[in-house]
Design a protein. Structure first.
Length: 145
């Protein structure tokens, strides 16, 4: 399948890899289909491109290379969206949205309060909202800022 994007031009994607988000991303409920692909080879960053809005793409990353102790309770989210328990074969990946200020990549931050949980077996995802959490929505990725 070919999609047109404003940032990457025309992309050829495998329809089986379309990630569906029934609630969309915070602030973007109308965008419910996304595709995930690496920023560059050996980069910790990925692009999360909307298929419903060619202008919408997020930079995301696994939080663990930047904060090894990051921990969220996935059980309530898994129950709420009726996914299997991870111990019974559900393959889950966790990402955070990254903000990179123009001209200052060293000041990149991650939103640890709104992680994206992707079920790679079903290609479904949900953005979680951590209301009671010790984490920040502007966690500095590269030390103090």
């Amino acid at each position: 399948m070919k999609i047109e994007t404003t940032r990457f031009g025309v992309l050829e994607i495998d329809e089986r890899k379309i990630i569906r988000m029934p609630y969309g991303m915070m602030g973007f409920p109308q965008s419910q289909r996304f595709v995930l692909f690496p920023h560059k080879e050996d980069s910790p960053f990925f692009w999360y491109q909307s298929l419903d809005d060619p202008t919408l793409a997020f930079v995301i990353a696994s939080p663990f290379p930047f904060l090894s102790g990051y921990s969220v309770d996935l059980q309530e989210t898994i129950r709420r969206i009726s996914w299997e328990d991870p111990e019974n074969g559900t393959a889950l990946e966790l990402y955070v949205v990254v903000t990179i200020p123009r001209g200052a990549p060293e000041k990149a931050t991650a939103n640890l309060l709104g992680p994206i949980l992707i079920n790679t077996k079903t290609c479904q995802a949900v953005q979680m909202v951590l209301s009671e959490s010790p984490y920040s929505h502007q966690f500095p990725l590269f030390g103090k800022q």
